[in-house]
Design a protein around this ligand. Structure first.
Ligand SMILES: Nc1ncnc2c1ncn2[C@@H]1O[C@H](COP(=O)(O)OP(=O)(O)OP(=O)(O)O)[C@@H](O)[C@H]1O
Ligand SMILES: [Mg+2]
Length: 301
């Protein structure tokens, strides 16, 4: 089957708690299972997305989880160190300058420095090569929540607007070019079938558009498929507890449909992921969500 070309950097964002890490882990696992060399990339979040798959939490070093699936939690201090070492190449100079407590304290106060070096590392992974080919077929970024994500992804443009031409501006320029190129980067906004998350997703999508990032899809997580017709709910009058359950389910399905039609106005496919009713998520549950998501992204549903 021919697949649509897909950007290599998939940025997963959305309101806090809507399922960004679950979606990131699910998508990364599904891509890796189709043989694509995939990096699940977290941003100073403590490695929780990786843990959702049943592996130890990701750390600042790349680690191979299974087959083609790798993960990393990009942390500011380590990203800074790698960046500086890649430029000056002398461990001793790095130690003398950057491990000096005064310099460290100073660096912490430069606005957006942490975001810049972390985003720089993500973009650097996209450019990594393995012989003649790119090292990663897919980098799945478990990005921060709405406001923070917009700041994070907007950092290169802010730097370009404020810095004089020079090395830093050049760094910002290639990062910005990668983010705004729809062949390289696509965003997936995760939403829930509830009023506030839907509103916030619409604002987030507008914010991404303002930063010239391509919206690849909206993921409507915890969706409920319709199961009961209104007359079926009515017919359960003699069994009030069952009727209440069926009515609750029908209302959730209605909220899902309402959210899907509002999110549909954003001009990107709305991919529904079912709400799972199980105590804790395990790899099998996350894998199921990932397969659904990938099929939706590839237009197979
Ligand atoms: N489809 C689903 N069905 C049932 N529960 C889900 C589903 N998706 C996510 N959850 C649950 O919702 C909770 C939040 O998910 P997750 O941690 O992925 O959200 P998040 O957006 O990454 O949160 P944060 O903003 O804190 O990083 C978790 O308990 C997760 O197990
Ligand atoms: Mg998370």
């Amino acid at each position: 089957m021919t697949q649509l070309p897909r950007p290599r950097l998939l940025v997963i964002t959305g309101k806090g708690g809507v399922g960004k890490s679950t979606v990131s882990a699910a998508l990364a696992l599904a891509l890796a299972r189709t043989g694509q060399r995939t990096l699940l990339c977290e941003v100073n979040s403590g490695g929780g997305a990786t843990a959702l798959l049943g592996y130890p939490r990701a750390g600042p070093e790349l680690s191979r989880l299974d087959g083609e699936l790798w993960s990393v939690d990009v942390r500011p201090a380590e990203a800074m160190r790698e960046y500086v070492l890649s430029k000056i190449r002398f461990q001793r100079v790095y130690r003398t300058v950057f491990e000096n407590p005064l310099v460290r304290a100073f660096l912490r106060f430069i606005p957006s420095l942490a975001e810049t070096v972390m985003l720089g590392k993500v973009c650097w992974h996209l450019r990594e090569t393995d012989g003649p080919r790119k090292r990663w077929d897919a980098v799945v970024l478990d990005a921060p929540a709405t406001g923070h994500a917009l700041t994070f992804l907007g950092v290169p443009q802010v730097l370009l607007d404020t810095l004089p031409p020079g090395t830093m501006a050049e760094e910002a320029s290639w990062m910005r070019d990668m983010l705004v190129d729809p062949k390289v980067t696509g965003a997936l906004v995760v939403a829930l079938p509830e009023e506030l998350p839907v509103l916030e997703s619409m604002e987030l999508a507008a914010g991404l558009r303002a930063r010239h990032l391509a919206l690849l899809a909206v993921v409507l997580n915890q969706a409920t498929a319709p199961r009961f017709l209104p007359e079926e709910v009515k017919a359960l009058a003699a069994l009030p507890r069952l009727q209440a359950l069926a009515r609750g389910h029908a209302e959730e399905a209605e909220r899902t449909q309402d959210a899907a039609s509002r999110l549909g106005t954003l001009g990107a496919p709305v991919l529904e992921l079912p709400r799972l009713y199980q105590g804790t998520m395990d790899q099998a549950a996350v894998a199921g969500l990932g397969a659904t998501l990938l099929a939706g992204l590839e237009g197979r549903t």
